[in-house]
Design a protein around this ligand. Structure first.
Ligand code: SF4
Length: 242
């Protein structure tokens, strides 16, 4: 689907294919601006992290929020509206680690989350057990229209402060989106959003011990929430067996 842009070119209506979004971003922001914003954001996240004794990722989330507050009209999304929480959310290892930290801080019971998300977890497990090439699996479609594992019964996000980039990029600025299928969600496009996934990938790269690091290629592997939960549960049960 081609990106549908409003008359001031600030919002994209609905979800678009990643290649459409990339084309839109490239047309909207000059390469030099993207490069400059990327370098500044990586350094600023590390510096704020050091100053406030928080992880660079939490610092990046703060800086991204500030950019939205400065550059876009107020969001219309509010607690209890969870239309865009019924799709597949993918995240990097570092984003997952941030959520695990918050889960611990808040005393969230992951076993309980796993139990009530069995429907989608089962689907993901089946794919992982099959011989399919996982790079070719349409992960989003596998779990679409089902609630995110971290969507509480009150329709509020249980890990809101540390929600992944995927969740931060689909929002409503004009009226409510009113659709679980996300056709009416809107994306506010600020340059910090355009560089968000590369910044997260770079922060993860830089915090990986040098002996484990590969050459930085601009991305890090992404997995669905359900996949991370499976890995967490498998690790826990193999520890218990020892
Ligand atoms: S992590 Fe939170 S914001 Fe993101 S989809 Fe899940 S419930 Fe919604």
């Amino acid at each position: 689907m081609a990106a549908q842009v409003d008359n001031i070119g600030m919002f994209i209506k609905g979800m678009t294919q990643p290649d459409e979004l990339i084309k839109y971003i490239q047309a909207r922001f000059p390469e030099e601006e993207i490069q400059q914003a990327y370098t500044q954001m990586v350094e600023a996240s590390k510096a704020l992290g050091r100053d406030e004794k928080i992880t660079p990722l939490r610092a990046f989330w703060k800086l991204l929020d500030r950019s939205y507050q400065k550059k876009t009209p107020p969001m219309q999304c509010g607690e209890g509206c969870a239309h865009c929480c019924h799709t597949g959310v993918t995240l990097t290892q570092m984003e997952w680690d941030g959520i695990l930290k918050l889960v611990e801080e808040k005393g969230i019971d992951l076993e309980e989350i796993i139990e009530r998300s069995q429907r989608t977890i089962k689907k993901v497990r089946e794919v992982l057990k099959s011989n399919r090439n996982i790079d070719q699996v349409d992960w989003h479609n596998l779990v679409i229209n089902q609630p995110c594992p971290f969507l509480g019964e009150d329709q509020a996000c249980m890990v809101y402060e540390d929600r992944p980039l995927d969740c931060r990029l689909v929002v409503a600025f004009r009226g409510i989106c009113d659709s679980k299928k996300l056709e009416h969600a809107q994306r506010g496009v600020v340059v910090e959003e355009a560089i968000g996934s590369t910044v997260v990938a770079k922060l993860q790269h830089d915090q990986t011990p040098k002996f484990k690091r590969r050459r930085f290629q601009g991305t890090q592997p992404l997995r669905l929430f359900q996949h991370w939960l499976i890995l967490w549960q498998d690790k826990k049960s193999s520890k218990n067996k020892k």
